[in-house]
Design a binder for this molecule. Structure first.
Ligand code: ADP
Ligand code: MG
Length: 258
């Protein structure tokens, strides 16, 4: 499979007055098309900083980032914004939906930033994205009329509306209870099966086991990078929950290779 993301010595230092904060200290990482990667690490280990760089929301202090083989550092400001809008969808912990704005309009929003005009029918594209997350029947609702899990599904639809090759999700289940988290992870697993590359930050080792691979950060470096041995199916876990036969247990790194 083709490499879609590659970083070489990616570093980020924040300058806080006189103090330098070394958030990332040389990340070498490659992600192939169709992978589903969980990024783990304790608070402050650099996960969000890495996601912001991978998502072209921020630029590194040093090192290189190749997105689809293109060195992102070499792009102009407009090219940089375009590549972000066309290739990447974002999902955040707090959903980041606009209140007093319909679900449909929330999902349409990224299309108004897409200068390529790839879709001349934003509504149709938004309805299709909502269908993919099973929420087309809620498109006239406002976010506060939906449950947390449904709001996160709307945010996923918004991330999908530009038909990105990659979805980056930073703690997408951080505000959700475990059952709702499984529901959201089943959406990610399904999208991954449809070919979308997914990178999801989580500090929850149970959630990470829905990924195919786990990269663990520590103090701005890759501490561990390996495939998940006994990958979990969120669909199956949902069924088990419904049937009262849930065997969800705490699983630690013992079940991860590498
Ligand atoms: P994580 O998401 O793993 O909790 P972050 O990437 O948010 O970690 O942060 C990594 C380090 O960089 C932390 O020490 C944090 O305090 C620091 N940091 C993050 N963002 C900024 C910023 N905008 N300005 C200064 N320091 C920052
Ligand atoms: Mg973070």
């Amino acid at each position: 499979m083709k490499t879609v993301i590659e970083t070489k010595g990616l570093s980020k230092t924040y300058q806080m007055g006189d103090v330098a904060v070394y958030a990332l200290r040389g990340i070498d990482m490659a992600v192939k098309r169709g992978e589903m990667v969980a990024i783990m690490g304790s608070s402050g280990s650099g996960k969000s900083t890495l996601m912001n760089l991978l998502g072209c929301l921020d630029q590194p202090t040093s090192g290189d980032y190749f997105l689809d083989g293109k060195n992102v550092n070499a792009l102009s400001k407009n090219e940089y914004a375009d590549i972000r809008n066309q290739k990447i969808g974002f999902v955040f912990q707090g959903f980041n939906l606009l209140s007093r704005t319909s679900v449909l309009e929330n999902v349409e929003l990224p299309l108004f930033y897409d200068r390529t005009g790839r879709t001349n029918n934003p509504k149709k594209a938004a309805v299709e994205a909502l269908e993919r997350v099973g929420l087309a029947n809620r498109m006239d609702h406002e976010p506060n009329q939906l449950s947390g899990g449904q709001q996160q599904r709307v945010a996923i639809a918004r991330a999908l509306v530009n038909q990105p090759a990659i979805i980056l999700a930073d703690e997408p289940t951080g505000n959700l209870d475990s059952r709702t988290s499984i529901d959201v992870m089943s959406v990610f697993q399904e999208l991954n099966e449809q070919g979308i590359t997914i990178i999801v930050v989580t500090h929850d080792s149970d959630i990470a086991l829905y990924a195919k691979r786990i990269v663990e950060l520590r103090d701005g470096r890759v501490k561990r990078d390996g495939l998940v041995k006994n990958r979990r199916s969120a669909k199956q876990d949902e069924l088990d929950f419904r049937n009262g036969t849930s065997r969800i247990k705490v699983t630690k790194f013992a079940e991860i290779e590498g």
